[in-house]
Design a protein around this ligand. Structure first.
Ligand code: FAD
Length: 312
C-alpha cells in the first residue's frame, strides 16, 4: 500500500499516524539486532517504517535486505530511501527493480549527503543532480507504481541561501510527483508550524510529516542540533544532567512526549520518529503521548507480564 493512501485513510479516521526510521546496519550482527528490533517495534503497529540509504554507497544491499525483511517478513509498509549520491541511473534502476520485487511501493527520494570524506556534494557520472530529478526519474521509469516522499527542512537546508528559495525547490519536488514530505528533525514546534504555513502559502498542499528525534544521549544531541533552534527550556534541562546517561534518556522521553502532544494538538497528519535503531525511548514517547497502548505491547511481547499489566 502507498503511504499516501495510508495517510489519507488515517485522516478520514481522525487518527494521527506514526512511523519509524532505521539506518541500515554495517555488520551481520547489526543486521540480526535490527531485525529483532523492527520485529518487536512492529507490534506497536507503526503506519510505516523508513530505511536509510548510506551516502557512501557501499551498503545498498543492506538497505535492500532490511526493506525486504520489513515488507515481506514483518508485513509493515516500508519506505526505502534512495539517493543521487554515488548512484548513476543504472544503479537507481537496479534498486527500484529490487524494491518492487520485494513488494515495496514507497520511496523517499533524496539527493543524499556528500560521500564520506567529502564536504561538498557533486553529481556522479551518469547520475542525477537534485532530489527533484530523482522524483522525475522514478515517475518516468515506473509511472504511478511507487508512492514518493521527499525531504523538507523547517529551518531550511544548510546549503540553501534562504528559506523562501528552499520552499520553492520543495514545491518543485511535489509538483514533479512527490506525494508527501518528511521533515528534517527539529525541536522548536512553533517554528515548525510557521514553516508549514509558509509551505501552504507557497502552494504545497500534500501531507507534511514532522520528523522528531528522541534524545537518547548527550553527545548525539549536541551533534544533531548544529544549525537548529533549540528552545531554552530544553537546553536548561539537559546541561545539568549531561554526564548522567539515564537522566538524559528520561529527559529525552519527557521532551518527546511534550513535542508529540503539541504536534498532535496542532493538527499534524502523522509523526515520524528518528529511532537511531533504538526502541525504548520511542516506545515510551508513544505510550506517554497516547499514540500506543502499553498493555497491548506487553501482551504481544511479554505475555508473562500481561496479567500483571492489566491489573495496574
Ligand atoms: P534537494 O531537494 O535536491 O536539495 C538539496 C539542496 O539543493 C538544497 O539546498 C535545495 O534548496 C537546493 N535545490 C534543490 N533543487 C534545486 C534546483 N533545482 N536548483 C538549485 N538548487 C536546488 N541522506 C542520505 O544520504 N541518506 C538518507 O537515507 C537520508 N535520509 C534523509 C531523510 C530525511 C527525512 C531527511 C530530511 C534527510 C535525509 N538525508 C539522507 C539527508 C539529505 O540527503 C541531505 O540533507 C541532502 O543534503 C539534501 O537532500 P534533499 O533530498 O533534501 O536534496
Amino acid at each position: 500500500m502507498k503511504i499516501i493512501d495510508r495517510l489519507n485513510k488515517a485522516r478520514e479516521e481522525g487518527r494521527t499516524t506514526f512511523s519509524f526510521e532505521y539506518f541500515s546496519p554495517k555488520t551481520a550482527q547489526g543486521m540480526v539486532n535490527l531485525n529483532d528490533r523492527i520485529e518487536r517495534m512492529c507490534s506497536l503497529n507503526p503506519d510505516f517504517v523508513d530505511i536509510t540509504w548510506g551516502a557512501g554507497g557501499s551498503r545498498p544491499a543492506a538497505t535492500l535486505e532490511v526493506v525486504s525483511n520489513s515488507q515481506k517478513v514483518y508485513g509493515v509498509e516500508t519506505c526505502m530511501h534512495l539517493i543521487c549520491t554515488n548512484n548513476p541511473t543504472d544503479k537507481i534502476d537496479k534498486a527500484l527493480n529490487e524494491a518492487r520485487a520485494c513488494g515495496n511501493q514507497n520511496i523517499l527520494a533524496l539527493r543524499g549527503d556528500p560521500p564520506h570524506g567529502q564536504t561538498e556534494w557533486s553529481c556522479c557520472e551518469g547520475g542525477l543532480n537534485y532530489a527533484v530529478d530523482l522524483v522525475k526519474y522514478i515517475r518516468k521509469t515506473h509511472g504511478d507504481y511507487f508512492g514518493i516522499g521527499v525531504a523538507g527542512y523547517p529551518e531550511k537546508h544548510p546549503e540553501s541561501p534562504s528559506i523562501d528559495l528552499d520552499i520553492q525547490y520543495l514545491k518543485e519536488k511535489v509538483d514533479a510527483g512527490a506525494d508527501f514530505i518528511v521533515t528534517q528533525l527539529f525541536f522548536d514546534v512553533p517554528l515548525f508550524f510557521d514553516w508549514v504555513k509558509k509551505c501552504r502559502a507557497a502552494g504545497i498542499n500534500c501531507p507534511i510529516i514532522p520528523g522528531i528525534m528522541p534524545i537518547q544521549a548527550y553527545a548525539s544531541f549536541k551533534k544533531n542540533i548544529v544549525g537548529l533552534s533549540v528552545p531554552q527550556w530544553i537546553l536548561d534541562g539537559i546541561e545539568p544532567i549531561k554526564s548522567d546517561d539515564q537522566a538524559i534518556r528520561a529527559f529525552g522521553i519527557e521532551v518527546g512526549i511534550k513535542m508529540t502532544k503539541e504536534l498532535i494538538e496542532g493538527g499534524v497528519c502523522g509523526i515520524h520518529y528518528y529511532t537511531f535503531n533504538l526502541e525504548r525511548s520511542t516506545r515510551l514517547i508513544l505510550e506517554g503521548s497516547g499514540l500506543v497502548n502499553k498493555t497491548d505491547y506487553i501482551k504481544k511481547n511479554m505475555p508473562w507480564r500481561s496479567s500483571f499489566a492489566e491489573k495496574r
